[in-house]
Design a protein around this ligand. Structure first.
Ligand code: ATP
Ligand code: MG
Ligand code: MG
Ligand code: MG
Length: 559
């Protein structure tokens, strides 16, 4: 494809109103355009990537005997009344009326429709098991649409439904789906965890969520280092634990308000040597007391505190620490009138590695996001990884991380078949409700999750499995006719084996390279000065090093 004929409206400036990294990058790379809150047009690059993700999903669904169908988006109210969800689904259900005053919903999920479809078609258990799936636009009037495609009100989902005459068959399909989902999320390049989940509103007995690991994720995963145990926080039943300091911190509260206390005495107690630029502070966050080692520019009394927290610098204060502090020097706990500016960066391991002056408010500690979890100048509402109680499987103390729910598999049992009379005749000729499973993948959300985890400061770095094109040919000097002719030829020859994007625009080299980095194709081939001698430069997007190659060796290199 010639870039001059494409529609990739890249931006030079970083969009300020975008609320997540993937959202910013996708706007900047000219991939999406917002039409209304949570409603987007998918521009060509996005469409190509979505096609690739969908293709992977199709292959894995077909491999476990899923057959593709396409059900309506318009759902008659009566079907949703049968299942009881016309009421139960609440405001997330988009509702509308036709010209005759008949009411409909715009499908947020298709259990009602698929159950109604099969009750008319299925008579005997001999037709089972059956698995159908579709890839379609879904509608949910989300309370807080945000983060670009991560939480839209109109989004693309693959939803599959399976039908069984016995538990074993349902178990087997559930297992197949679980494996298929694992393959899908590996193939698209996500670092994910499958977690035990709560069945919640949709009903059913057994369910797993597939979580792409990312700080922006709205779900909390509880896991252990010691085993494969992983559950979402609702299922794990262990909220981020309270510090065990409640009793003793009450005492502190009497001694000193407001909620920030200095404690050089704590250093003595803990046998830590405080440098001129290192101090310790106890902060009250979410009803808990947290001990923080401060480094960098700050003064603690009556002045603004400007500091950087590194991963190891922040943890809960223990009972002993608090007590020790009290005993050592209660006087040191005087109130501090400090405004705290917080810069958190989970990549910072120690301050020596930290370039002063390069700190931005967008940087964050693991699981702590600016604006979502704290405001500059404030000190409320932190959440971060700490060790908790013993995991349910007893393997070790639980830890926490953030995840984006990219998929979910459910055993529904007979919830819908009973409510909506989906029965078959069993071996003995008796009418029995069909067992069901349902399985969703957020296709558009998966795309955003991929961007969340595959990028650098210059733009996206597409995994090869989903990349919109394989190779980006760039001519840095539009006036160099010789180079252009060679690029044209290369475009044709490479095009026979690869999906090639050819930047033939009459733009400056700087613009072209910046766009090329933003769009993030796996390989860039620069046809420049060396072209006359038959040399082109090739650079993988994932590395900073480029090499010069004779044109003739390009294909070999790309293999
Ligand atoms: P969430 O907990 O994030 O609201 P959900 O549990 O309501 O998601 P499901 O009903 O399980 O979502 O739908 C299947 C999949 O559809 C989800 O795993 C997710 O990947 C995707 N999905 C759900 N809601 C949205 C949305 N608003 N925007 C984009 N994708 C979504
Ligand atoms: Mg939801
Ligand atoms: Mg969910
Ligand atoms: Mg879900």
């Amino acid at each position: 494809m010639r870039q001059s004929r494409m529609f990739i409206p890249t931006m030079r400036e970083t969009p300020q109103d975008a609320d997540s990294l993937s959202h910013r990058l996708m706007l900047k790379a000219g991939m999406i355009k917002q039409m209304a809150s949570g409603v987007y047009t998918y521009l060509p690059i996005t469409k190509l990537v979505l096609n690739n993700i969908e293709q992977i999903v199709r292959e894995e669904m077909n491999a476990i005997e899923g057959v593709e169908i396409h059900m309506p988006v318009l759902h008659p109210k009566e079907l949703w009344q049968e299942s009881g969800r016309w009421e139960a689904y609440g405001s997330e259900l988009m509702r509308l009326e036709d010209r005759h005053g008949r009411e409909f919903a715009l499908g947020p999920t298709h259990e009602e429709i698929v159950t109604a479809l099969l009750r008319d078609e299925l008579k005997s258990y001999k037709k089972l098991p059956l698995t159908v799936f579709q890839i379609q636009t879904k509608f949910r009037d989300e309370l807080r649409p945000r983060y670009g495609l991560l939480r839209g009100r109109e989004f693309i989902m693959k939803d599959a439904y399976s039908f069984h005459s016995n538990e074993d068959s349902l178990d087997e399909k559930y297992q197949d789906m679980y494996m298929a989902y694992s393959k899908i999320f590996s193939r698209v390049g996500l670092n994910y965890r499958a977690v035990e989940a709560d069945s919640g509103a949709i009903g059913g007995s057994h369910t797993h969520e597939f979580m792409a690991l990312a700080d922006i994720g709205e779900d909390t995963i509880v896991y252990t280092e010691e085993s494969n145990y992983a559950a979402n926080i609702e299922k794990a039943g262990c909220p981020i634990p309270e510090a065990k300091t409640v009793e003793s911190t009450r005492e502190i509260e009497k001694v000193a308000t407001p909620e920030v206390k200095t404690c050089s005495a704590l250093a003595d107690f803990l046998d830590i040597k405080l440098e001129e630029t290192t101090k310790t502070m106890i902060m009250k966050i979410d009803e808990r007391y947290v001990m923080i080692l401060l480094r960098g520019d700050h003064e603690l009394n009556d002045v603004k505190v400007k500091t950087h927290f590194a991963t190891d610098d922040i943890r809960f204060a223990t009972d002993e620490e608090i007590k020790g502090l009290m005993q050592a020097d209660p006087g040191s706990l005087g109130p501090v009138d400090a405004e705290i500016e917080v810069y958190l960066d989970h990549q910072v391991k120690n301050m020596q590695d930290y370039p002063t002056g390069a700190n931005e408010s967008g940087y964050h500690f693991i699981n702590v996001n600016h604006k979502r979890d704290f405001e500059i100048g404030g000190y409320g509402d932190f959440r971060f990884i700490i060790e908790g109680e013993m995991a349910q499987d007893g393997s070790g103390p639980v830890k926490f991380m953030k995840g984006i729910e990219v998929g979910q598999v459910f055993k529904l049992g007979t919830k819908y078949s009973e409510a909506m009379n989906l029965n078959v005749l069993d071996e003995n000729g008796r009418s029995t409700p069909v067992l069901m499973g349902c399985y969703g993948v957020g296709i558009s959300r998966t795309l955003s999750a991929i961007v969340e985890s595959h990028h650098d400061e210059r733009g996206i770095i597409w995994p090869k499995s989903v990349t919109p094109f394989d190779v980006h040919i760039v001519t840095p000097n539009p006036k160099d006719k010789e180079a252009e002719a060679i690029a044209e030829e290369l475009y044709t020859t490479l095009g026979a084996d690869y999906r090639v994007l050819y930047d033939d625009r009459k733009e400056r080299a700087g613009v072209k390279f910046a766009d090329s980095d933003l769009i993030g194709l796996p390989f860039r081939v620069v046809v420049g000065r060396g072209a006359k001698e038959g040399i082109v430069e090739i650079k993988p997007r994932s590395s900073d090093a480029s090499i010069n190659l004779p044109v003739g060796e390009l294909k070999q290199y790309l293999e």
